[in-house]
Design a protein. Sequence first.
Length: 255
Amino acid sequence: MRNLIIKQFVTCVTFCVFISCKSDTVQLTEVKGKQIPIDSTISHMDSISSFVTPYRIRINEILDSTLAYAPKPLLLNDGKRNTSMGNLMADIVFKETVPIFKTRTGNDLDFVVLNYGGVRSIISEGNVSARNAYEVMPFENYIEVVELSGSATRQLINFVAKASRRHPVSGIQIITDKNRSLESVNIQGQPFDESRNYYVATSDYLVSGGPSVGFFNEIISITETDYLLRNAIIDHFKKVDTLKAVVDDRIIQLD
């Protein structure tokens, strides 16, 4: 009898626990939200501002310190087929990449090709700082050197020659007729030789984009420099007193 009572008690407790644990299915019926504008009406927190201030001051000091001087503006629209700003950018990449590539591979760099859209700002007349380098190259793009066959190099040169945009180049001279068909090409002062391979410095963006952005249909090898384009610009600014770049004859379209 005693055992029966205990069994009944346990059964009753178990049933009660089961019932209490059971819950009805909950369904979402409405979602409400509101836009909170980030403007001057939002008060700042003094503790955060005090913590950040010394870092902000130091960063601004570094970015705004004078590294070089530009006697005149370097622009992106001052030439028909090349520009002073684009030429400066391509020449910087060439000069700063040559020793790295030579050390890593033992080979000589032939020329540089960049994309017009990758140069994001001009440099105004006056003092030039690291902040200007960030304005010109805000992206985390690295310099890479691609090895191209002669035929792939010709495809690249044809693309640059026929492009409506003024893609920066250095170490190469391209002359076209009025329809932008190739008349002559010289690389490092020597006529283009389709029977040999060429080493071309560019950005990793163009390498990874390849044919989808019009550059580099076929690549034999890639040499990474681990060198940010922006850092190359800053290093160049530190080495020179005055920035010199003009529209020249590296790309000529005959009338």
